[in-house]
Structure formats: C-alpha cells, structure tokens
Design a protein. Sequence first.
Length: 188
Amino acid sequence: MAEEIKELIEKAHISQDSLLERALKVYKKIEDEPFSKEKKARASIYLACDESACTAIRKLPKTKTKILKRVRERTGIKPNLEATNWVDSVCKETNRGEDVARKAKEILEEYRKMDSVGYYRCRPLTNATAAVYIASKLCGKDISQYELQEKVGVTILTIGERYREMTEKLGISLPLSSKSNLYSLDTF
C-alpha cells in the first residue's frame, strides 16, 4: 500500500515526505474498511493533508464525503477549521517569509473576532490564502492572485471575494498594487 500512496502523492505533485508517513499511519487504521484500496489511499492522503494543514490538499482528487466521514470517525481526525493553522503552509508554498505569516495570522485573528460567522463560513485554506494576499501587500511583498491560484489552488475569484470581505470588515484600505509598507494593522 505504501507504493500506491506514494504514487498518488507523486501524481498530485506533493513534495512532503512527512505526508507519506502520516498517510500510511492513517491507512493502517482503516485497512479493514470495505472501500477499495485506492479510495482508502486517497482518503488517507486527504486526512494527512488536512491534519497537517498542507496546501497540497487542493491538488488531490475529491474524496467522497461518505468515505471521509467514516475514516474521520475511525481515526479521530477532525477537520482543520482554523485558518491560522493554514497560513504557514500557504507562506511556504508561495515563498513568503515569517513577517507575512505573522501579519496574516494577525489579520485572521482580528477577522475572527469581528466576524466569526464569515470566518467559519469559508474553507480555512481560502481564508488563509486571502489573509496572506493582504499581508503580502501590507508588508510590501506583493503577490498576484494568479500566483496564489497557481501555487495554492484557490481560485482568483475566491481570493478576490475573501480579500474584499476581509478588508471591508477590518477597515483596511489598500490599492490593488501596493509596493510600500504604508499600511499597518494598527490602524483598525
């Protein structure tokens, strides 16, 4: 089974060795489930990505909800709903530094306080990606929505929607292409 999981990880162009180990641990817990080996392998990789807040989760083929629910029950792995947990993975995937990650986490914490319904309404990876986009602008390290889409898998449309909603709620006003560090989260 290790080879099948490894093959699926390689097909999705995921380059995390620790993910293979996690996926194998998950698979061992669900070996006797009545699903095909491939479905169990996919679910194992998906949950390993979710558990470790790995952006590669967007590169994986969709796993059926019924299988995921059963595997989650069996393994005890709960959905990773905190967007702040996903920020480091997004920053790593897009070569953003600790300053951008720290600022993105501040943005998400403030956003959660101001609009917890909006915060939890969207997928955590989506919120994290939008926060990294905003933080990149605030830190003067612009990244395009297109580049985020290519590297993280969240669509430009979704990033734009989340960006607008977050900046409106937080009172952040940024031009579309900011190259300076004139803006601070301390202003809201």
